[in-house]
Design a protein around this ligand. Structure first.
Ligand code: AMP
Ligand code: MG
Length: 407
């Protein structure tokens, strides 16, 4: 059994970087950016109107009130999408729509509601004094040319897609998706939807793995439930090692008589880096490599599998795609957390805000076979080893499940 941090640093030494690929913007959601996105032009690109109204010289409107409007000469229209080559002289104005270029000489917009309105006439009455710069979006007030907008390694969401579109990027350079082979082992496993016989259970782990893999931004290329039988394991695994960037298994990696996964991995030339980690749940955690393929053997208990994926596999998938590891939050416990004497301890938990502070508590169900402990959870709580439980009021590391919110 090796210490938790040592296992982490061993893995770090073996993470390959995946190649890059170009994808169209609408196919880029949840991918990891492989380039910095810079602004090819300033934003706004030119001074333009924030409102529908009249471009004026504010000096001309000083005395304007509802009862004594100022009358300005209207010399034209500036509309969004057409360049404006008009220049205001004293006493003149231009009808100027939202997003339209501000004519030269103008220094404010009076909104149409504060005037006698748009018309085809040659003058307009202004009822409100305008202030310099009012309702004008200044060139480069938001972003300068060449500003870094989005850093390489960012996970793409609608905000990044919108920003890239704003700056004219039709495609995004992203990391290729890691190709993942997953398998579950156990003679007892039956697919959901089928009939269970005495002693059998439904396979849930591969359903969890599939969702987590896709949420992480990787893709499943092989998926199979395999009997506790060396030959079947060998044939799946030798194909998986050929074609995938990572193999993830659930079950069959502990001390049981029929736990053949580790032997088969080794028999196929997988180099074992460690097999047991000082953690609960999920002590029998296998990590190995075969060329550039990474192999994680997670124990079969559903909570060990799920937490094992989130704590060990997820950060590695992100790192392969070039995303820096997220730092965990720290929360204050409102209930006891059962620490372990010689093991790192994880539990599903719930985190929320109270009096401006992040507080949290572990799930009430603590068994590693109790997958329902994940239902109310929005995070995984993790504590270093210690002689006694952490008490309410003490701090603990909070690893948010990325698709959940702080309740
Ligand atoms: P193992 O790691 O193979 O000893 O399995 C530990 C426990 O997890 C046993 O109770 C298994 O029945 C259960 N288990 C193994 N694989 C799965 C799976 N794919 N889905 C749900 N439970 C599983
Ligand atoms: Mg088993």
């Amino acid at each position: 059994m090796i210490p938790f941090q040592e296992a982490k640093s061993i893995i770090q030494k073996h993470i390959p970087q995946l190649e890059e690929t170009l994808v169209s913007l609408n196919k880029s959601d949840n991918r990891i950016l492989a380039q910095d996105i810079k602004a090819p032009f300033p934003m706004p690109q030119f001074d333009n109107s924030a409102m529908d109204g009249f471009a004026v010289r504010c000096q001309d409107t000083e005395s304007a009130t509802d009862s004594h409007p100022v009358t300005l000469k209207m010399i034209g229209v500036s509309s969004a999408g057409s360049p404006c080559d008009l220049t205001l002289e004293p006493g003149e104005c231009v009808q100027c729509m939202t997003g339209a270029e501000i004519p030269k000489g103008a220094n404010a917009i009076v909104i149409v509601e504060d005037t006698s309105g748009f018309s085809n006439g040659d003058s307009v009455q202004v009822y409100q004094k305008a202030y310099e710069g009012k309702h004008i979006r200044k060139q480069a007030e938001e972003i300068q040319k060449n500003d870094k907008l989005i850093a390489k390694g960012t996970r793409i969401t609608p905000s990044e897609i919108g920003t890239m579109a704003t700056f004219g990027y039709g495609k995004a350079r992203v990391s290729k998706k890691p190709r993942i082979a997953i398998f579950g082992t156990g003679n007892e496993l039956v697919e959901p939807g089928k009939k269970l016989r005495q002693g059998q259970i439904f396979n849930s782990n591969l359903y969890v793995f599939t969702e987590l893999t896709e949420k992480a931004g990787a893709k499943i290329i092989m998926r199979e439930v395999i009997k506790d039988d060396k030959e079947s394991l060998r044939s799946f695994l030798s194909a998986a090692l050929e074609t995938s960037d990572m193999v993830i298994s659930s079950g069959g990696v502990s001390m049981g008589r029929f736990d053949y996964v580790r032997d088969v991995f080794k028999g196929l030339g997988v180099q074992e880096h460690f097999w047991k980690v000082a953690q609960k749940p999920g002590r029998p955690l296998f990590f190995g490599t075969a060329n550039s393929t990474l192999i994680f053997g997670l124990p079969g208990n559903p909570v060990s599998s799920y937490i094992g994926f989130m704590e060990w596999v997820w950060p590695v998938l992100e790192s392969m795609m070039g995303k820096p590891e997220a730092t965990a939050l720290t929360g204050t416990l409102v209930e006891k957390f059962p620490r372990e004497k010689i093991k790192y301890r994880f539990l599903f938990g719930k985190a929320w805000m109270e009096d401006g502070k992040l507080v949290c508590k572990p799930s009430a169900k603590m068994g590693s076979h109790m997958l329902s402990s994940s239902l109310q959870a929005n995070c995984i709580l993790g504590s270093e080893m210690g002689d006694s439980a952490l008490e309410a009021g003490e701090e603990i590391s909070v690893n948010m499940l990325p698709w959940k919110t702080i309740l």
